[in-house]
Write a protein of this length. Structure first.
Lengths: 172, 172
């Protein structure tokens, strides 16, 4: 473990604070942009609940292997893309290229190397899906020339470790 | 839902911040008290990791139905009490009455009423286990004359909703 002396609880708190600030900043920055939102990784539905409050009135397309969320946070069936991200994300990116204002991608698992690899694999599909000026907020670093990194300090989370969560804006 | 206008993500952030502040305050307050720590609900082991940092050198007795924690956060087998809390907690309370300096009890589930009932049921066993001056930090309110409630403002978490997490000190 190399956690900079932080416990897993402290690292986790930084992660959820960065997530919340990143989503809120993306919602504010894309307010005037038409389009839908992607939630990649539903989990128990906490961030889905936050997204539907911050992006009220927009469709939220939700990707996960299965629906295992809190009963209050189950997306409409028509919005679900169930299965392996490596199949569902490319298929939906082709259908909705350039029409997504915000991708939230919380795709990591206990295996850090596999999580990084999945993030790298997903990045070009997210770029294809996003509208110019759209935001990508996620738990994995993304390296793509079309994505401008936004520092956590610029989304109101300057007191967090710089890599607690990741925010990008699609150039254009 | 009656969440005071907060999203589940915001409520969750308050909960983990309150948890972290409560544990840290309990560790500081019980520094001179001999005894062991109880982790009631291991889950993925985030708070267990925090407890073993803050209560270094103490035995941490861990209760859960099964071990499903992160590979870095698996307690020693001798410290595990596996099974239903309603069996394992009373049995251990009888064995170690008055010798526990801190109980951390994160026992809630998606069913709020069942979680409250479980908290009420566990309270007297925690009282039996705790040393005088020992702390109980948990996600459910406890109502027992032997437990003095400590406000979140008094553990450095005054900016959180008052019932985000619960901290008690055993009188005596």
């Amino acid at each position: 473990m190399n956690n900079g002396g932080k416990t897993r609880l402290e690292l986790f708190i930084s992660r959820v604070l960065g997530q919340c600030c990143g989503i809120d900043a993306a919602a504010a920055a894309t307010e005037k942009l038409p389009g839908v939102v992607w939630e990649v990784g539903l989990g128990n539905g906490r961030t889905y609940d936050h997204l539907r409050a911050r992006f009220a009135g927009r469709d939220i397309v939700v990707f996960d292997r299965e629906v295992a969320s809190h009963p209050d946070c189950i997306p409409p069936a028509a919005m679900l893309r169930l299965g392996d991200f490596r199949e569902t994300v490319p298929a939906e990116a082709a259908r909705s290229a350039g029409t997504v204002v915000m991708v939230h991608a919380d795709v990591g698992s206990a295996n850090a190397a596999a999580s990084r690899a999945l993030g790298r694999w997903l990045a070009p599909w997210f770029v294809q899906a996003l509208a110019p000026g759209g935001y990508l907020v996620g738990d994995q670093p993304m390296d793509d020339a079309a994505l401008e990194p936004i520092a956590l300090a610029d989304v109101g989370a300057g007191d967090l470790p710089p890599r607690a969560y990741f925010v990008y804006r699609k150039r254009g």
